[in-house]
Write a protein that binds this ligand. Structure first.
Ligand code: C2E
Ligand code: MG
Ligand code: MG
Ligand code: MG
Length: 290
């Protein structure tokens, strides 16, 4: 009836008055257009094996070049793509594009590709079939693929999570736990789901230089993770001090601006070749404090 319709109109109107909601509303529409209009692209950030001094993996990171706003960071559009369900399509595009772009390099230089996946994708029934289809279409070796999930995803339905992770194992795909140390940091999940790699969050690493106690906590966590036989990666390595600290730990790999920012695919091969040399030279320098 008219009264109810009137009420509805008012509530929609008051929503549209809310600037944040309006921006979100526009963003959802824009993301839809951006997928079709090829405004998304990927950058890749290498991961560096400290002991063996080589690049072991590159992480695909989504970028959006918006026609009027310029580059929109993923922290702004991923949550909206998740809420609206558009992440399913966007995530599929990212996985397929990353496999296609990285395959020749990964084979020639023997490294893996890691791709972030959202819990919304994992909870989607067709996701496993989508992954299989992409790997087949791109003829991408599943053993070279790592999927990064965040810890909060593991708090979802155990049954669904178990199904998803078992399917991945069956295919030979590896699983990384991203942003560890930013949330609950549950060691039991790592054990329960047999997580292959744990990525220590950059906020964790950032505290390292603040005081000695944080360094002790960091070292203990790394030891604990190593005792669970997980591969340990430190994210957000920005300084040579961070790097030196890692070399004194059991931490396996490092990722961060010190080694390389996320870069376009055509710059990647240069990085893979040069990084071991750069690291060898820089590790010859000891920080003044030592
Ligand atoms: P993440 O997976 O934890 O990725 C690492 C983020 O840290 C990236 O931010 C990277 O650029 C940044 N980073 C790397 N090294 C350093 C460093 O030394 N210092 C600092 N301060 N930052 C560093 P970015 O590219 O803005 O991505 C943010 C988040 O967006 C990612 O965090 C990831 O959770 C999400 N994301 C990106 N691409 C995708 C995607 O394709 N799918 C999904 N579901 N999420 C994505
Ligand atoms: Mg990640
Ligand atoms: Mg992530
Ligand atoms: Mg992370």
């Amino acid at each position: 009836n008219a009264k109810a319709a009137g009420k509805r109109k008012i509530s929609i109107y008051s929503h549209l008055n809310d600037e944040v909601t309006l921006k979100r509303f526009t963003l959802v529409r824009d993301i839809q257009q951006a997928i079709a209009g090829k405004q998304f692209y990927l950058e890749y950030q290498p991961r560096y094996d400290i002991k063996n001094q080589r690049v072991t993996c590159v992480e695909a990171l989504l970028r959006w070049k918006h026609p009027s706003w310029g580059i929109v960071p993923p922290g702004e559009f991923i949550p909206i793509a998740e809420e609206s369900g558009l992440i399913v399509e966007l995530g599929k595009w990212a996985l397929q594009t990353a496999c296609r772009e990285i395959k020749p390099l990964a084979e020639a230089w023997d490294f893996n590709l890691s791709v972030n996946v959202s819990v919304v994708q994992i909870m989607n029934q067709e996701f496993v079939a989508t992954i299989k289809q992409i790997l087949e279409a791109e003829r991408f070796d599943p053993r070279r693929l790592e999927l990064e999930i965040t810890e909060s995803a593991l708090y979802n339905s155990e049954e669904k999570m178990r199904y998803f992770l078992d399917e991945l194992k069956g295919l030979g795909i590896q699983v990384s736990l991203d942003d560890f140390g930013a949330g609950y940091s549950s060691l039991s999940f790592i054990q329960k789901y047999a997580i292959d790699t744990v990525k220590l969050d950059k906020t964790f690493v950032n505290t390292l230089t603040v005081n000695d106690r944080n360094a002790k906590i960091f070292s203990s966590i790394v030891s604990l993770l190593k005792s669970l036989e997980t591969n340990v990666v430190a994210e957000g390595i920005e300084t040579i001090e961070h790097y030196h600290f890692l070399t004194k730990n059991e931490c396996d790999e490092a990722q961060g601006y010190l080694f390389s920012r996320p870069i376009p695919v055509h710059q990647l091969i240069e990085m893979v070749v040069e990084l071991p040399h750069i690291c060898r030279i820089s590790s010859a320098y000891r920080p003044a404090s030592e």
